[in-house]
Design a protein around this ligand. Structure first.
Ligand SMILES: Cc1ncc(COP(=O)(O)O)c(C=O)c1O
Length: 312
């Protein structure tokens, strides 16, 4: 039993007691949306951007969660406040989950009823970020998977939803190609879209390229990374990127909330550039760390050191 509490439809309940019915639409259809935010120095980072994306996702799937965005922000801050003693000194992730609620057909046997369920939980990043710590120096290996992205006209990936079995299949395929490799998806034309939980960046001739925003989740850290680069005077272009072009990249990295940015030093079994994290990556990670007042890679390394003995 942990001391953490979860915001659950307006109440705070013990984390281990927070659960939904097996008849909830989330389980029946993957019919729900979510968000993942992180803190730096225990302050939520770009919370409003995450909440705006959450409300855009809710609008897309037509769920009225019953809270205004301001109320959601207040509930989020209250959840953090309530949990601060249990979070000790760690930075943490903040997860928002909104399900459509119980399926009407089963209404008499669902304790929570059939209205949408909003839950907000926080968890130290010790394990999550710690697990990626060695990649800041060693880099990741991206492989293009046979599983492709779902085009926006079917299910729009801009909405952060949990109908994600195709991401899972891509992860399995990547692991089958090489244990530890990470999946990189393409669209129906073969252009790079995104990873299964991250956005793609590459550098060619001093210019940063990232896939256009139509068939991807438009990451909050993607946006942060583009802003940091432009502030450093580096051009960023949203482009159609083929695996052929990615193969010739000087640098590749990916962005995601919990890890910010991780270098990709191998692409489809070949080294990227000289096989080391590149200068543009290094410059931007440094700028990001400066901006948030936390050495991002060093924090991950510290969490990796603590993780084996840390009990969630
Ligand atoms: C499919 C997908 N793409 C991109 C991202 C990166 O988004 P963000 O930077 O907002 O974490 C995520 C994050 O989970 C994701 O699931």
């Amino acid at each position: 039993m942990t001391d953490r509490v979860v915001y659950f439809n307006g109440e705070f309940i013990a984390e281990m007691e927070a659960r939904i019915s097996i008849f909830d639409c989330a389980l029946m259809y993957g019919d729900m949306v979510f968000e993942m935010t992180r803190s730096f120095k225990q302050q939520p980072y770009r919370l409003r951007d995450h909440l705006q994306r959450l409300y855009a996702s809710l609008d897309y799937v037509q769920i009225d969660c019953g809270l205004s965005i301001d109320q959601m922000e207040a509930a989020t801050r209250a959840t953090i406040e309530r949990n601060l003693p249990a979070l000790e000194e760690y930075d943490f992730q903040i997860m928002h989950d909104v399900t459509r609620g119980g399926l009407g057909l089963y209404d008499t046997i669902i304790k929570e009823g059939t209205a949408p369920i909003v839950s907000i939980n926080v968890l130290p990043l010790v394990r999550h970020t710690g697990a990626m710590a060695d990649k800041y120096q060693g880099g990741a290996h991206f492989v293009i998977t046979p599983q492709q992205s779902v085009p926006a006209r079917y299910i729009d990936p801009k909405a952060k939803n949990r109908s994600r079995v195709y991401y899972k299949i891509a992860d399995l395929q990547a692991a089958q190609l090489e244990p530890g490799a990470m999946a990189l998806l393409t669209d129906e034309h073969g252009f790079v879209t995104e990873g299964t939980g991250n956005n793609f960046f590459m550098v060619r001739d001093g210019q940063i390229l990232t896939p256009k925003g139509h068939d991807i989740l438009r990451g909050v850290s993607r946006q942060a990374c583009m802003e940091l680069a432009r502030n450093q005077g580096i051009d960023v272009i949203e482009a159609d990127i083929s695996p052929y072009d990615a193969r010739a990249a000087d640098e590749i990295w990916f962005t995601s909330t919990t890890i910010c940015m991780i270098p990709v030093t191998r692409f489809n079994f070949r080294p990227v550039g000289d096989g080391q994290p590149g200068p543009v990556y290094t410059q931007l990670l440094h700028a990001w760390s400066e901006a948030v007042g936390v050495d991002i890679a060093a924090q991950a390394a510290e969490y990796a050191r603590l993780a084996p003995n840390w009990k969630p």
